[in-house]
Design a protein around this ligand. Structure first.
Ligand SMILES: [Zn+2]
Length: 443
């Protein structure tokens, strides 16, 4: 274990670089500056690039014609740490225990992108140069949907031209099992505001004669699924590509414990779309979820009102070849059809990203598998993931390249939750993975 590298990780994790909270804008900037200096100390030419939001930090080695150019992407921003009282130690004071480092951002994504940067530093220190041209791009807005990155890529298309992108921001099936993620679900979000009377009303005086927005919101929300767990929005599945036989067979053989989903979630039971395994439901089937629902009196005891308004927040996970805008249109039509009389509904659309699947047996895919095999000593698992990294599709759209997802996040790393942690072994494996990857990609 290299203490200096571990100290670098601790220093990086101390910045509360929470991108969504403007009171942390200064911390985000300081974190970007620290990162630029770290890249420079590893032998890269590094610069901070302003955007309309938080800056992007880009490092590069000396590019030589005739060798492949690899972009390493990551993000230095983190999710908010609340609820703070559920953390066993302060989220921005990294704590090491049982071979893990506990801090917000440890797995998502500072530990993983720093491993790549330090891997590059090791290669440069050992060989004097890297075997490939490298661009390291670490952004500060991933946790808020990367609102300025697409424009940044477009404006710097020539400087950022590359042959392949590599990202460590996905999961590993188990500790020590190299995992190559070749697909991600897309996402799209919307919020409904259901409005009724001009103010909260006395439910005795007016009840029975005025539509209740909370009831209407509940009715719309409940209309989203059928009893069989399928999304009931007309046309929702029309463009869904069926799972391939090799994927279903391959996934059935993966070393995933049968009750893993139950264990990880603590739910009393599981439910999902009929005809698919848990794994298939989580990785490769589209969903509709209610992320929040509310309205009316939330305090102690009862208060007899008809609320003036209520809200529902929806998100949809998408698979090839569903289009986020088309899905939002279909959902809106569905909601309008299921809105009871006497209320009005406002629709607000949130962030979107397309799903992504690449061929794991392409030349670059095979290089990724080779690097994982060498680092973790054995055949890597080939998986898809349920989460979304919309930027991966943007890399394809703007730069015309695929992305290799070589994640180091373990199932119990608690990203976005209290007590987020990163296995220290994975940090050092990530450093070796970077060296093996750049070598494999050079061929
Ligand atoms: Zn995240």
């Amino acid at each position: 274990m290299n203490e200096e590298q571990l100290d670098d990780l601790i220093a990086y994790l101390k910045f509360p670089s929470v991108s969504t909270d403007s009171s942390h804008a200064g911390d985000v900037l300081e974190c970007a500056e620290w990162l630029r200096e770290k890249m420079a100390s590893q032998g890269l030419e590094a610069a901070i690039h302003e955007t309309a939001g938080h800056p992007v930090v880009v490092g590069r080695n000396n590019h030589i014609a005739d060798r492949p150019t690899v972009m390493i992407y990551g993000h230095y921003d983190v999710q908010p740490a609340d609820p703070l009282e559920l953390w066993d130690s302060p989220p921005f004071e990294p704590r090491i225990e049982g071979g893990k480092i506990y801090a917000r951002g440890s797995t998502d994504n500072k530990g993983q992108n720093l491993a790549h940067i330090l891997g590059i530093g090791e290669s440069i220190a050992a060989e004097g140069d890297l075997p490939v041209n490298v661009i390291v791009l670490v952004e500060g807005e991933e946790e808020i949907g990367s609102p300025n990155l697409e424009l940044f890529l477009e404006q710097n298309k020539e400087d950022l031209a590359c042959d392949i992108v590599a990202v460590s921001d996905t999961g590993m099936l188990a500790a020590g099992l190299g995992t190559f993620t070749y697909g991600l679900r897309g996402i799209t979000c919307m919020e409904l505001k259901v409005r009724g009377p001009a103010m909260d009303l006395h439910s005795g005086v007016f009840g029975g004669a005025v539509a209740n927005p909370a009831m209407a919101a509940a009715k719309i929300a409940a209309s989203l699924h059928g009893e069989d767990g399928r999304v009931a929005v007309e046309g929702f599945y029309d463009r869904v590509e069926q799972l391939q036989d090799w994927e279903r067979e391959n996934w059935a053989r993966l070393p995933v414990p049968a009750d893993e989903t139950l264990d990880l979630t603590g739910a009393p039971g599981l439910f999902g779309e009929a005809g698919f395994t848990d794994t298939e439901r989580r990785w490769a089937r589209p969903t509709a979820e209610i992320n929040g629902i509310g309205g009316g009196y939330q305090g102690e005891g009862s208060k007899t009102v008809i609320p003036a308004e209520a809200f529902v927040k929806f998100s949809f996970r998408l698979v090839p070849d569903q289009d986020p805008d088309e899905i939002l249109g279909l959902v809106r039509v569905h909601c309008e059809k299921n809105t009871p009389p006497g209320v009005s509904v406002d629709y607000e659309f949130g962030h979107s990203g397309k799903s992504y699947v690449m061929d794991p047996q392409s030349g670059f895919g095979k290089a990724a598998q080779e690097a994982l095999g060498k680092t973790f000593d054995g055949q890597p698992a080939l998986i898809r993931e349920g989460g979304s990294i919309p930027i991966v599709q943007t890399f394809r759209d703007v730069l015309g390249v695929d992305t290799l997802l070589l994640g180091l996040a373990l199932p119990d790393c608690r990203i976005h939750s209290p007590n987020e942690n990163f296995l220290i072994r994975n940090f050092f494996d990530g450093i070796r993975l970077n060296r093996n990857l750049l070598q494999a990609l050079a061929q």
